[in-house]
Design a protein around this ligand. Structure first.
Ligand SMILES: Cc1cc2nc3c(=O)[nH]c(=O)nc-3n(C[C@H](O)[C@H](O)[C@H](O)COP(=O)(O)O)c2cc1C
Length: 410
């Protein structure tokens, strides 16, 4: 009887390492999100997870992928599937770039260093945000031989912008990425409700929240203070220590220049000797101007739904923009990437690559640097499996032949 029971009962080996234990329970990005939600204080999780106003664009970015179905081909010998691609003439292990995210250290004390190291290991470019909590030079050292890009916000003080661009050039960054959807900051209502400030203020609410998230709190109090490291070392108006201790909306209203125009992009070209990735294009009309201006890479993006609510879902822009300017510029689909199959769809519709923010932030919050390794491998495996199942051996094979608009949207 006991023998019979033993033969049918199989327990999973108990994992002593708590990080491995957590990751063993994650089958996809949604699981990593759930784990991050449990581990991070609510204000921190909401800063990462939240978006503008009713968050319809955030939802649409993800949901719109369900609006495209596959048309799988069979009997195509997919014994060997190669996910590698090129972007700006250089290789990617699979067509993904890690998007810039400000204040990454609130998810994990290593912050941008952890993400940059993981990106290098995965063979993918990492983009450092202007609002980073590790400096341009620290991240360059951490990313080593890896590809790194630098995201640029238009500070009112153009001298500061020039100085940061020069530092990025000196530190071996390959491309700059002006973000152009942030003339003013979107209203992120979860942050408004929580009175979320950067750095997080330690008030009674934070203390209470910290008490129920002891692992995060313990790491937070033990590590050096979180500051805007890149701006601090450029001596910005934030104060030399880079601390703002105000709401992000107030801070960006003081510092960002809503007067940004195409002339400024031309100016950036004049102070940067390399390719430009323009992030935040949301219409065919603007993509056409960008292509005419000689922009090398157009990143279709609505900032992950954090700026203008009811901006269009990014995946829906890919085909029309690729039709209009795909022969002149490379195209990145940035927003809503949660699975490797999303990447396959974007490529089939005409994107050169995709970009993801929250996917790696959830992983970082859930399991630190190993979490980021895990999610980048998960997306690569997902993509390889999807390619095999649709009958594509190489990324070059992934064409519009494989997708169609679904009649039923999930
Ligand atoms: C917490 C967080 C911080 C972000 N910070 C920046 C930033 O500093 N600069 C920028 O250009 N985009 C920023 N973004 C937008 C991302 O670069 C990217 O466009 C977005 O995350 C894509 O959507 P996804 O999260 O669905 O992948 C941020 C996004 C998140 C979630």
């Amino acid at each position: 009887m006991l023998d019979t029971l033993r033969s049918v009962l199989q327990f999973r080996k108990f994992q002593l390492d708590p990080v491995e234990r957590r990751l063993a329970k994650a089958a996809n990005v949604a699981d990593l999100r759930r784990i991050a939600r449990r581990r991070l204080p609510r204000g921190v999780f909401d800063y990462i997870d939240g978006a503008a106003e009713d968050e319809r664009t955030l939802a649409a970015n993800c949901d719109a992928f369900a609006g495209y179905g596959f048309k799988p081909r069979v009997l195509r010998d997919v014994g060997v599937v190669d996910t590698s691609a090129t972007l700006l003439g250089k290789p990617l292990r699979y067509p993904l770039v890690l998007a810039p995210t400000g204040f990454t250290r609130i998810a994990d004390p290593q912050g941008e260093l952890a993400v940059a190291r993981a990106a290098t290991r995965a063979g993918l470019p990492y983009t450092l945000s202007t609002l980073s909590t590790r400096s341009i030079e620290e991240v360059a050292a951490a990313s080593g031989e890896g590809r790194r890009w630098f995201q640029v916000y238009a500070w009112r003080d153009r001298g500061l912008v020039k100085e940061m661009i020069e530092r990025a050039a000196a530190a071996g960054y390959e491309a700059i990425m002006p973000t152009v959807d942030t003339a003013v900051l979107g209203r992120r209502e979860r942050d408004v409700r929580r009175g979320f400030s950067l750095p997080p203020k330690i008030g009674l609410g934070t203390l209470l929240d910290g008490a129920v998230h002891p692992a995060w709190t313990w790491q937070f109090v033990r590590s050096e203070p979180i500051v805007f490291a890149t701006i601090a070392t450029s001596g910005a108006a934030a104060g030399r220590d880079g601390s703002t201790a105000v709401g992000l909306a107030e801070f960006t209203a003081q510092q960002f220049d809503p007067g940004l125009s195409w002339a400024d992009i031309e100016w950036m070209r004049s102070v940067w000797n390399g390719p430009l990735v323009l992030k935040g294009i949301q219409t065919v009309a603007d993509a056409e101007i960008a292509a005419k201006e000689g922009i090398e890479v157009i990143a279709l993006s609505n900032h992950g739904g954090r700026q203008l609510d009811d901006a269009p879902a990014v995946i829906d822009l890919v085909a029309p923009v690729a039709d209009a300017v795909g022969s002149t510029a490379e195209i990145i689909c940035d927003g809503g990437i949660r699975r490797g199959s999303d990447i396959v769809k974007a490529i089939a519709l005409g994107a050169t690559a995709c970009m993801a923010g929250r996917a790696y932030l959830y992983a970082l919050g859930a399991a630190g640097e190993r979490g980021v390794d895990f999610v980048l491998q998960l997306l690569a495996d997902d993509m390889r499996r999807t390619m095999a199942l649709v009958g594509a051996r190489t990324v070059g094979d992934v064409t519009s032949e494989f997708v169609e608009r679904s009649t039923v949207r999930a």
